[in-house]
Design a protein around this ligand. Structure first.
Ligand code: C2E
Ligand code: MG
Ligand code: MG
Ligand code: MG
Length: 287
């Protein structure tokens, strides 16, 4: 096709490097799973009225021996293609449930489920097993799924969601507003929470279309009986607008805390609430 050998000689080494890098990444991922190379960080979710921590989202971190911290966006897609995400996800579930057991009882944990995990027929029993071995009450676990999961096989997705709800865990629709986001999904599936993507608050101001959209989605979700969370709050202005102008229940974002290692989040949860036995008058002043 007019590609002389000279050209191939030009491309071959480059392809080779890409393939080798990918192989190395795959091997490193397997090793990380075997040798405790992953860590869970946690980011708080706050009730927008009381500003109390009501939950934390578990976020996976990979501390690579040579490359340092690799963000999930870089390695989760690879782990998904390898199928290794099932084992990694299992580790995440077990670790997150065990950690949540150490928190006050009114603080829950949110765990992101990959579509690969969600599509496995045994996802419900995996979740049940993690709850059993940690002793965590099911209502303290919220599973975050994305719309793409619902689009693929709607009937299967509905059955899986029902199985998970039968266990007693809660289901959140993550990153709402980024994908195909038919509003119809909100009532076509058994969901407890809608997490509105941070793109909605990025450019929010009192005049913006973002606010109109956010307000509409929040109101609709509430009318359908769901809780509404907004992620990616970075400034006090964004918080003020969301609190004053929308029906949003919970907020998450760098304004409150970046994701933190387990010990730091435990300290944050404890320090953010009144000490047991503190006078009631003081409790009101503790955020
Ligand atoms: P996500 O589930 O939407 O998680 C929220 C992401 O937004 C996190 O990125 C968090 O650090 C970031 N974030 C939180 N607040 C702010 C903010 O105020 N501003 C900005 N700019 N970003 C904020 P992270 O930790 O890099 O995770 C990225 C994605 O990787 C997650 O998005 C989730 O889809 C996936 N992920 C993370 N952990 C897991 C896991 O254990 N399993 C699976 N399957 N996916 C995971
Ligand atoms: Mg999430
Ligand atoms: Mg999200
Ligand atoms: Mg997101």
């Amino acid at each position: 096709k007019g590609t002389g050998p000279q050209r191939w000689r030009f491309f071959e080494p480059a392809m080779d490097i890409a393939v080798q890098a990918r192989r190395a990444l795959e091997l490193d991922l397997r090793e990380a799973l075997e040798k405790d190379g992953f860590e869970l960080y946690y980011q708080p979710l706050l009730n927008i009225r009381s500003m109390k921590i009501v939950g934390c989202e578990a976020l996976l971190r990979w501390n690579h021996p040579q490359r340092g911290m690799i963000p999930p966006a870089e390695f989760i897609p690879v782990a998904e293609e390898m199928g290794l995400i099932v084992e990694i996800g299992d580790w995440v579930l077990n670790r997150a449930c065990a950690e949540c057991r150490k928190w006050p009882e009114d603080v829950r944990v949110s765990v992101n489920l990959s579509s690969v995990q969600f599509k496995r027929s045994d996802v419900a029993s995996t979740v049940a097993a993690a709850l059993r071995s940690s002793g965590l009450a099911p209502q303290r676990l919220e599973l975050e799924i994305t719309e793409s999961v619902l689009l693929q096989d709607m009937d299967q997705a509905r059955r899986t969601l029902q199985q998970l709800r039968d266990i007693g865990v809660r289901i959140a629709l993550d990153d709402f507003g980024t994908g195909y986001s038919g509003l119809s999904y909100l009532h076509a599936f058994p969901l407890d929470t809608v997490k509105i993507d941070r793109s909605f608050v990025n450019e929010i101001d009192t005049q913006s279309r973002s606010l109109i959209l956010l307000r509409g989605v929040a109101e609709l979700s509430k009318a359908l009986g769901m809780k509404v969370t907004v992620e990616g709050i970075e400034t006090a202005e964004q918080l003020d607008i969301v609190a004053a102008e929308t029906a949003v229940d919970e907020v998450q974002g760098f304004l409150f805390s970046v994701p933190l290692p387990a010990r730091a989040i435990r300290e944050l949860i404890v320090s953010a609430r009144p000490a047991a036995g503190a006078p009631a008058a003081m409790q009101g002043t503790t955020r």
